[in-house]
Write a protein that binds this ligand. Structure first.
Ligand code: UFG
Length: 334
C-alpha cells in the first residue's frame, strides 16, 4: 500500500483508466479530472473521485488543487487523433498546449512538483533509424505530434524556472485491455488497428481495410510496436521514483515490431475466426516501421513488459471486445 494521492487528467480515457486501476490497486487515492468528451464515466471505479470539467476551466482546476495535496499529476487528457490533427492543426496545437500548461501552472501554484506526461512516438515523424531511442531526432510529421512536442518544451521551462519535475513518456502503440476484464479500449471514432480487426472478426464492425501492401517490410505492410496498456500504466508508476533524480523522457514500447498482417493473424488465432479484410492504399503520414528502444526505461526503472507478446495483447483485447460489443454502453445507441 503506498497511500499517496494523485490527480489523473483523462483518467476516464483508455490509457488513463488503466493507470487509475493500477494506482487504486496500490492503495493510492485518485482524483480523475475528465471532461468525458472521449472518456467514459463507467471506466472510472467508484473508489476514485471523478471531477467532470475541462482543463480550460482554471477556477475548477484551482479548486481541485486546493482540495488536497497531490503527490503528482498524471496528464493524459488531450486531443489525440493524428488524422484529425491534420484537418484542424491549430485546434490541436492551441488546445493541447494551452490545457497542458494551464495544468502545469496550477500544479506549480499548488506546490505539486511532479508531473507525468502522456507523450507519443508521433514526435519522431518518419524516423531515420529503428529501434528509436531517446537520442533520435525529434521531427513530428503531424500537428498532433507537434502539439505534444510543444508541451514537452513547456514542461522543460517549468522545470528550469519553477522546479516542476516532469517525465515525458513517448508511447508507441498502446493496445490490449485490463487482464481482469474491467475496462478496455472504446474510442469513437475508432481508428486503431487491433480494435478494428477484432470488431471485423466479431461482426460488430465492417471488414478491415489494410492500408498499404507496398511498404519496404518483409510482408509489405507497416510494422508497429504494440505495448500493453497495463505495462504502460506500470511505466507511469515506475518513473515517479525516477523523478527524484530530475526530469526525464522515455520511449515506451515492447521493442518488438509486428506487421499489420501479423496482427490480423494473431486476432484470427486468438479469436478462432477469420478477420474479414481487404486491401487499400497507404494512409497518409504512416511511416513503414516504428519500433521503440525502451532500454533507458528498463535500465533506469527496472521496467519490462509483462504482456509483451502480441498474442497476450490481443487476448486481453479480444476478451474485452467480445464481452462489451458496444464498449462502455454509455454513448452509443443500441
Ligand atoms: N491500419 C490499417 N487499417 C486500419 C487501421 C490501421 O491497416 O483500419 C494500420 C496503419 O496503417 C498502421 C497500423 O495499422 O500501419 C497501426 O495503426 P494505428 O492507427 O492502430 O496506430 P498508429 O501507428 O497509426 O498510431 C499510433 C498511435 C498514435 C501515435 C502514432 C505514432 O495510436 O497516437 O502511433 O506514430 F501518434
Amino acid at each position: 500500500m503506498s497511500g499517496a494521492c494523485f490527480l489523473v487528467t483523462g483518467g476516464a480515457g483508455y490509457v488513463g483508466s488503466h493507470l487509475v486501476q493500477a494506482l487504486l490497486a496500490r492503495g493510492d487515492q485518485v482524483v480523475v479530472f475528465d471532461d468525458l468528451r472521449q472518456g467514459h464515466r463507467a471506466a472510472v471505479p467508484s473508489e476514485a473521485e471523478l471531477v467532470v470539467a475541462s482543463l480550460s476551466d482554471r477556477a475548477r482546476l484551482a479548486e481541485v488543487f486546493a482540495s488536497r495535496r497531490f503527490d503528482a499529476v498524471f496528464h493524459f487528457a488531450a486531443l489525440s487523433l493524428v488524422g484529425e490533427s491534420m484537418r484542424e492543426p491549430l485546434r490541436y496545437c492551441v488546445e493541447n498546449l494551452s490545457n497542458s500548461l494551464t495544468l502545469a501552472e496550477a500544479a506549480v501554484q499548488a506546490g505539486c512538483r511532479r508531473f507525468v506526461l502522456s507523450s507519443t512516438a508521433a514526435l519522431f515523424g518518419f524516423p531515420k533509424h529503428t529501434p528509436i531511442d531517446e537520442a533520435a531526432e525529434v521531427a513530428p510529421a503531424s500537428a498532433y505530434g507537434e502539439s505534444k512536442l510543444m508541451v514537452e518544451r513547456g514542461l522543460h521551462w517549468a522545470d528550469q524556472v519553477h522546479g516542476l519535475r516532469s517525465a515525458c513518456l513517448r508511447y508507441f502503440n498502446a493496445a490490449g485491455a485490463d487482464p481482469a476484464g474491467r475496462i478496455g479500449e472504446d474510442h469513437e471514432p475508432e481508428t486503431h488497428l487491433i480494435p478494428l480487426a477484432i470488431g471485423a472478426a466479431l461482426g460488430t464492425r465492417p471488414p478491415l481495410t489494410v492500408f498499404g501492401t507496398d511498404y519496404p517490410t518483409p510482408d509489405g505492410t507497416c510494422i508497429r510496436d504494440y505495448v500493453h496498456v497495463a505495462d504502460l500504466a506500470d511505466a507511469h508508476i515506475r518513473v515517479l521514483e525516477r523523478l527524484e533524480a530530475g526530469s526525464c523522457r522515455y520511449n515506451v514500447g515492447s521493442g518488438t515490431g509486428y506487421s499489420v498482417k501479423q496482427v490480423i493473424e494473431s486476432v484470427e488465432r486468438i479469436g478462432g475466426r477469420p478477420v474479414p479484410h481487404g486491401f487499400g492504399p497507404r494512409r497518409a503520414g504512416d511511416p513503414a516501421v516504428l519500433v521503440a528502444s525502451s532500454e533507458a526505461l528498463r535500465r533506469d526503472t527496472g521496467w519490462s513488459p509483462r504482456l509483451g507478446a502480441l498474442d497476450d495483447i490481443v487476448r486481453t483485447a479480444w476478451a474485452w471486445h467480445a464481452a462489451h460489443p458496444r464498449g462502455f454502453d454509455d454513448r452509443r445507441p443500441n
